[in-house]
Ligand binder design. Structure first.
Ligand code: GLV
Ligand code: MN
Ligand code: MN
Ligand code: MN
Length: 406
């Protein structure tokens, strides 16, 4: 018998969690280990307890909640994250976490015990906005980044990840790699337009494109904006904008899904009447092919050398990288079977966004389930998915996890 989840409870909890970190203008921001994230973490731990789970926190702050099975096999795991970007939507990450908790609570209520344990993992600092790199909790779990390196990561304002973990009471004493998943299924909103455009209900995610993130600093010469003739300037702002434009054109000439984004830019000293002496910005490249991603990195270095030939000093620092991954055919088949059993319309796809599943796929069979995003909008307050799609996606997650655990 497959557990049938309580869709209304899931929707109510999504709404409740979205009030944590939402300001009066309706903007939701829960940066990793901020006070808002800390409150959300407590709320989620309380729900895990209510779901009868055995709850613990590991040393990088990942929250675990498990429903024990009959055997001693490594757990069938699901989960996602509850930290957000700035001015975020309510579903990115939270949906997968709350759907996992809903499954545990359903099992608890109905007195169903799986053969293999089922565990929900709430990964810390998935987004990587306050603390970079992203996917920090899952990177430490799979030893992509060491625990000590991760604890030493600093925010732009100088706070340390490890100190913030302590401050927020989020440190546990279990090594993140002590209980590794036997398999992993992550449920997430698509965050893009494909499912809606093709009128499909479930995305069967076969892989995640890779990303390469850079911090760039261009040093020119600050000077008086009124007196310095155009041909004598070393304007770091203009140089940065030229570089950004060239990277964006380069990405546009590649085939989909290649993308390049300059998402932050600050000019120093930052005054209306001063030629900028320094520009600091970030670059986010993504592609499903490791080769194309490498080409983007090479292009960035070529552009930097060009600026140096023009008299600027350019500093490039790689701040996050994840290679493209392809998920387990077995888990993909399990998702496909579950969706077929409920006669849903499905689409096989590659994820454009990054997810903890791409790290976890290094250590166990993994795949993801997507539900449609209205208008393909995400990382924005307008992020939405129809209630029926949210409930159906969570039910498919329950079906898949239950099947894998029995
Ligand atoms: C975060 O969601 C990312 O994909 O960067
Ligand atoms: Mn996410
Ligand atoms: Mn996100
Ligand atoms: Mn993400």
């Amino acid at each position: 018998m497959t557990p049938e989840i309580n869709g209304d409870r899931l929707l109510a909890r999504l709404e409740a969690l979205a009030t944590i970190g939402r300001n009066r203008s309706g903007e939701l921001t829960r940066l990793a280990l901020s006070d808002e994230d800390t409150r959300a973490r407590s709320q989620v731990m309380q729900w895990l307890e209510e779901a009868g789970a055995r709850v613990w926190i590991d040393r990088i702050g990942n929250i675990h909640g498990a429903s024990s099975g009959e055997n001693a096999q490594p757990a069938v795991c699901t989960g996602s994250h509850i930290d957000t970007v700035i001015n975020a939507g309510a579903l990115d990450g939270s949906y997968g976490v709350l759907a996992g908790i809903e499954l545990l609570q359903t099992l608890h209520e109905q007195g169903l015990k799986p053969a293999t344990s089922i565990e929900v993992i709430v990964f810390s600092n998935e987004e990587g906005v306050r603390f970079t790199p992203d996917l920090l909790g899952s990177r430490v779990m799979v030893k992509d980044v060491s625990l000590s390196e991760a604890l030493a990561v600093e925010s732009r304002t100088g706070e340390q990840f490890g100190s913030e973990l302590k401050r927020s009471g989020s440190t546990g004493d279990v090594d993140p790699w002590q209980h590794l998943p036997g398999s992993f299924v992550e449920l997430h909103i698509e965050q893009g337009p494909l499912l809606e455009a093709t009128n499909n209900q479930i995305g069967i995610v076969e892989g995640v494109q890779g990303h390469s993130w850079w911090q760039v600093e261009v040093q020119g010469q600050a000077n008086h904006a009124g007196t310095t003739p155009m041909h004598l300037r070393r304007d770091a702002g203009q140089a940065a904008m030229r570089l950004a434009q060239n990277l964006s054109e380069h990405a546009s000439r590649q085939s989909v899904p290649a993308v390049a984004t300059v998402g932050t830019l600050s000019l120093v000293p930052g005054a209306i009447n001063v030629v900028p002496g320094q520009a600091r910005f970030t670059v986010d490249f993504r592609d499903a092919s490791a080769d194309v991603l490498r080409q983007a990195d090479i292009r960035l270095h070529q552009e930097a050398r060009q600026l140096e030939d023009d008299g600027f000093r350019v500093d490039l620092r790689s701040i996050s990288r994840a290679e493209p991954v392809f998920f387990s055919a077995d888990i993909v088949a399990a998702i496909s079977n579950a969706a077929n059993a409920r006669t849903l319309r499905t689409l096989r796809m590659i994820s454009g966004a990054s997810h903890d599943a791409q790290m976890i796929s290094r250590i166990c069979p993994t795949a993801m389930i997507f539900v449609p995003s209205v208008g393909g909008i995400s990382h924005h307050p307008a992020e939405a998915t129809n209630a029926a799609d949210l409930i159906m996606g969570a039910q498919i997650l329950a079906d898949v996890v239950w099947a894998l655990a029995n």
